[in-house]
Design a protein around this ligand. Structure first.
Ligand SMILES: Nc1ncnc2c1ncn2[C@@H]1O[C@H](COP(=O)(O)OP(=O)(O)O)[C@@H](O)[C@H]1O
Ligand SMILES: [Mg+2]
Length: 226
């Protein structure tokens, strides 16, 4: 078994824009160890979201390889990939994509209905998450009754409920004001501390980058260690 939770090797992704080919990822490489918190920074259009989507198995590369805990994502058929994502990969987006008709708790539990294990440790894990994220008093509220920061906390709990090997987040504080951003940032560091969660976070927010173990910068589809 590899010592890395995530290994992205020479990832290439190009898009056609009119008569031009744009290389969003141009041999991007990244290796992340168990429990590491890696921040990806870089200017708009440098390829960060494309790279994150490929690492999370939401999009396939034109070339190169992504391994999550030793599993080559390209070797999985669509069903197996969906199952693998549900069980091993957590994702948080800028727009939290909560289901408006479901309460906070129901939203958090969505992934356990589709995948995951409701074994004897699951209640305990749920309680730990809810405590860590300070959601005890908000579980029966609808998303529209929650602040932006609380909604993002629910999205984070939903992404963590199946105990993913790695949590990916794309600009998780992008739509939040300073106070809510700081709150979400604190939660990332808490999940790392409390759950030993491996995190890969794309961010413009230098406070998030400062609290990461390692910062890498994307420039024109290539990742550089800072
Ligand atoms: N679906 C798409 N079709 C065509 N071009 C795209 C598409 N998605 C992204 N791109 C292009 O790929 C490059 C990288 O985009 P993106 O990964 O969104 O960068 P970032 O997240 O760093 O802003 C940009 O030039 C963007 O215009
Ligand atoms: Mg982006």
């Amino acid at each position: 078994m590899s010592e890395y939770i995530l290994e992205a090797v020479d990832v290439i992704k190009h898009y056609k824009q009119y008569d031009q080919v744009v290389y969003a990822c141009n041999r991007a490489k990244l290796k992340v160890r168990d429990g590491e918190f890696v921040a990806i920074v870089g200017s708009s259009g440098s390829g960060k979201s494309t790279f994150l989507h490929i690492c999370a198995g939401l999009m396939s590369p034109n070339d190169g390889k992504v391994m999550v805990r030793g599993t080559d994502l390209a070797k999985l058929n669509p069903d197996a990939l969906a199952r693998f994502r549900g069980n091993h990969i957590g994702i948080v987006f800028q727009n939290h994509n909560l289901i408006p008709q479901l309460t906070a708790l129901e939203n958090i539990l969505v992934p356990t209905v589709m995948c995951g294990r409701r074994d004897h440790t699951y209640e305990e894990h749920l309680k730990k998450l809810v405590d860590a994220l300070g959601l005890e008093k908000r579980l029966h509220h609808l998303p529209s009754e929650l602040s932006g920061g609380q909604q993002q906390r629910v999205a984070l709990a939903r992404a963590l409920i199946n105990r993913p090997q790695v949590l990916f987040a794309d600009e998780p504080t992008g739509n939040l004001d300073r106070q809510n951003s700081e709150e979400v940032l604190r939660l990332f560091t808490e999940t790392k501390k409390l759950l030993g969660q491996t995190l890969v976070v794309v961010t413009h927010d230098m406070t998030i980058a400062d609290s990461a173990d390692r910062v890498v910068e994307m420039r024109d589809g290539v990742l550089y260690e800072k």
